[in-house]
Design a protein around this ligand. Sequence first.
Ligand code: NAD
Length: 488
Amino acid sequence: MSKTVDFSTQLIIGGRPLPGSEGKTFETINPANGKVLASIAEASGEDVNKAVSAARKAFEEGPWSKMAPSERKKVLLRFATVIEAHAEELAMMEAMEAGKPITDCLEIDMPETINTIRWHAEAIDKLYDQISPSDPSVLSMIVREPMGVVAAILPWNFPAMMAAWKLGPILATGNTVVLKPAEQTSLSTIRIGELAVEAGIPDGVINVVCGFGETVGKMLGEHLDVDCVAFTGSTETGRMFLRYSADTNLKRVLLECGGKNPFIVMEDTDDLDTAADHATNSIFWNMGENCSSNSRLLVHQSIKDQLLELIVEKSKEWVVGDPLDAATKIGPMIEQAHLDKVMGFIDQANQDKNKLVIGGKRTREDSGGFFVQPTIFDDVKPDNTIFSEEVFGPVLGITTFKNSEEAIALANQNKYGLAASVFTSSNKTAHVAARKIKAGTVAVNCYGEGDITTPFGGYKLSGFGGRDKSLAAHDQYCELKTIWIDLK
Ligand code: NAD
């Protein structure tokens, strides 16, 4: 695999790469060494308006929104194939700009990105609308129509994959889109925008505007000609999109936000070794910068010591290193400010007298990168900060319980409700826990988010308005129309 890659740094508007209209740029940093990777064109208000207009024109004039589903499917399948042909290049961009381990980018992020586009494409010529069971003197049809122009506001932790989670269903249902990547990770999204043009997606169907949340994100949130905002990011920012919408055109708002997910290990778990594997994977994969990471380990008091010993042993496999080294399993935090935030949570856990088991320090400082050691705290009490707040780093907190009722109560004692894992050898305990835990996904005897066929999203402060993935994601980008025809 080549270790060099060219970066495209311009906006994509109406199918063309463009510099920002005011000529401004901003720097994107490699978090593994703190050095500037590239200067990205920063969108002005005029550029945001141009991108929304291009998306509106492509939607109203077609052909995208008016194409037969089977035709749209062909174009989207071609798009997936073109992305596949450039998977190594995109993986390199993600490793260099987001600090993600290259092996994960190649083996997880890129295959999932491609599969997501392909899965949604393949679905669209197999979906039917409905005729309602109304009086025979009428023909009453319920049809789904695309909403129009969707703005997709993306996070930095899975840049290409999150773009695909939005693009797949938005495009499959005939909408057009303006993508706004997180300012930390513009490169792979710009490249995906270019590849869309190469794949024959009509001009204006996918536009990419880069820049900061407070400016470009806000403009899209408040834009009167955007019909829907699909956002993935923090709950704090998600709330702002609800306000933007309330104060402007009541555009639909779909939020996928944060999580503080419990990983419950019941007393009867017969395979603690597997539980320990999943627990370490869940907290350390993607540096813990993962909304569904299980950062609260809730374990029965009688097996805590045994499980902790296994987890500590397995944590040694989580090698911190250069993201471009195939052996690295933990790269840097995304940026200095986020490193400071994570270290702040570690300080707070120490002040709260949580017991530091491993890690707890910054590492590889000589590299200039923003690395943190994999960290585990024991004796975390439910009123301690790392029990309730999302750290978004490789920091696990351990809390014990006395029985399964207490475990479920602890699991639900949180403002978020994105995901949970339950380990038990009892079917009944598994079913009861799965039903009682307030989370969008409950995995039993594993850490997992399901696959592309299953909806993903959260209860409580973890989300609002819809679900990513699966056919549920199609519904959130459609309007439902009733057509009522008098036959009398
Ligand atoms: P963030 O909220 O800071 O930023 C997300 C996006 O919003 C970025 O594109 C940013 O530019 C934009 N933004 C920021 N401030 C804005 C403002 N005032 N107005 C408009 N737009 C604004 O989140 P982040 O730090 O990039 O991502 C981390 C968060 O995302 C975590 O909380 C994580 O749990 C969550 N996340 C959730 C999911 C999910 O599917 N539920 C997936 C990945 C990440």
